[in-house]
Design a protein around this ligand. Structure first.
Ligand SMILES: *Cc1c(COP(=O)(O)O)cnc(C)c1O
Length: 464
């Protein structure tokens, strides 16, 4: 057989297998956040491998991973050091329980996390996803006040359009109507504070004045409800799933000051913003704020394995310490809590941040991204561009002068990402907001390609 005919036969085989996988997927799988009637009619992309910032599907097509495999990948795919960390740990043990036992990588990782998280946070509670890290934070905050005898504190304050995960507790503190409204009867009650949204707030004035204005609105809610409230929960600096909503400078410091003034706890959910996303290790670092509880997930394990952590100040931890019969124990934990493989890769992830000078090398890339986004302003249907570090939201509008949104059924975001996919780039929108969140390790030339393709795709869809 000639080489050419052999290659041809292999290609045929590949496409037969790809077809089979597709049909099994469409027949047996229920995908998250996906309208399955559309999925079964579509040509689903099945990923087979990846390298660096690229993904490869079962038909051998390559795509640039423009959203870090949903905001979690940090150093790229198949990074030698990270792969080795998992393999090395596999040579020891894949899993043992954390209930009543400990394990080596989990202990080492905790020490490291305490070193790098804001000063004052010094206890680590592990879980498996951002939703669970939030769930843990909510239960801890509530129980903290119960142990202190302040029984009337049973409520939480959250921001408009908040997203903190999909479990019932984290949905309770969520505020995205499309995802959350149907569950309202199942949820506990929360108080909503208006989130900063400069583009649609009719506010004239400087950034500092806007921060003051937003803080006033927050204070009004806290002042009214603080006696029944356990904590304020928020994403600091940038609300991700809300549509990449950035907060003005000074806002998180003010949130910290207000929660101190009214004696409620402050929970920062850094599932998305943590681990370099905003240009600093944590979004809290931009204003040197220490929350009482910090939720970490996504980038914690570099996008390799499910792992999350809730890190708290000693004062909260201390309220749970006592004799067993005082029943102050935090009765919470999952089968795979502190999984050794996940902890081992998380530890290697943090070492890579130092070895590769990841944050330092991010600075010119953030500038490049900012510069590259300028020409998007000229597109007729780009209403607003919001960027903090490596988190970008491009809000598309039907009418720019009036800021009229596209209707949901126009699926404008979906159409843009379909165009991008045809051009070899994977992105995922949030409604009418096009999100760019590449791995921190992306090279300038790949970043350029990402920008070019997204620019062409927005044009192709909105100007046809
Ligand atoms: C993604 C995200 C979560 C949920 O994390 P999962 O790992 O998907 O459960 C929670 N909060 C924020 C801010 C997030 O971006």
């Amino acid at each position: 057989m000639t080489i050419a005919s052999k290659a041809k036969r292999e290609r045929k085989q590949v496409s037969r297998e790809a077809r089979q996988l597709r049909s099994y997927d469409q027949r047996w799988i229920w995908h998250p956040f996906t309208q399955m009637s559309e999925w079964v009619e579509s040509d689903p992309l099945i990923i087979e491998s990846g390298k660096g910032c690229y993904l490869k599907d079962v038909q051998g097509r390559r795509y640039l991973d423009g959203v870090s495999s949903l905001w979690c990948n940090v150093h790229g795919h198949r990074v030698k050091k990270l792969d080795e960390a998992v393999k090395k740990q596999l040579g020891r043990i894949a899993h043992s329980t954390f209930l009543g036992l400990s394990n080596v990588p989990a202990v080492k990782l905790a020490k490291k996390l305490i070193e790098i998280t804001p000063r004052g946070l010094n206890r680590v509670f592990y879980s498996d996803s951002g939703s669970e890290a939030v769930e843990v934070a909510l239960k801890m905050a509530y129980q903290y006040w119960q142990h202190r005898g302040e029984r009337e504190r049973t409520k939480f304050i959250r921001l408009t359009n908040a997203y903190h995960g999909d479990t019932i507790g984290s949905v309770s503190v969520g505020g995205i109507s499309l995802f959350h409204d149907v569950y309202r009867p199942l949820l506990f009650k929360t108080f909503e504070a208006p989130a900063p949204y400069r583009y649609r707030d009719q506010f004239e004035g400087s950034e500092a004045e806007y921060a003051g204005y937003c803080a006033q609105k927050l204070e009004a809610v806290i002042r009214k409800y603080h006696r029944q409230t356990c904590a304020l929960i928020m994403e600091p600096i940038m609300q991700g799933a809300a549509g990449m909503m950035n907060q003005p400078d000074g806002y998180i410091s003010r949130a910290r000051a207000l929660t101190k003034k009214y004696n409620i706890l402050l929970i920062f959910d850094e599932a998305a913003t943590g681990f370099g996303r905003t240009g600093r290790m944590f979004a809290s670092d931009h204003e040197s704020v220490t929350p009482d509880i910090l939720c970490l997930a996504k980038g914690l394990s570099a996008g390799y394995l499910p792992l999350a952590a809730t890190v708290v100040i000693e004062e909260i931890y201390n309220e749970f310490v006592g004799r067993y019969d005082e029943l102050k124990t935090f009765f919470h934990g999952h089968t795979y809590t502190a999984n050794p493989l996940a902890c081992a890769v998380a530890l290697a992830n943090l070492e890579l941040f130092t070895e590769n000078r990841t944050l330092e090398r991010l600075i010119p890339k953030i500038d490049f991204l900012r510069g590259g986004l300028e020409r998007f302003q000229k597109l007729g249907h780009v209403g607003d561009i919001r960027q903090v570090g490596f988190m970008v939201g491009i809000e598309l509008v039907r009418d720019r002068a009036r800021k009229t949104p596209y209707e949901v059924e126009e699926k404008i975001g979906i159409h843009v990402i379909e165009e991008a996919r045809r051009r070899g780039v994977i992105i995922r929108p949030l409604g009418n907001v096009i999100v760019l969140m590449p791995p921190l390790a992306i090279e300038i030339r790949e970043l350029k390609r990402l920008l070019d393709v997204v620019y062409q795709s927005i044009r192709a869809v909105t100007e046809k």
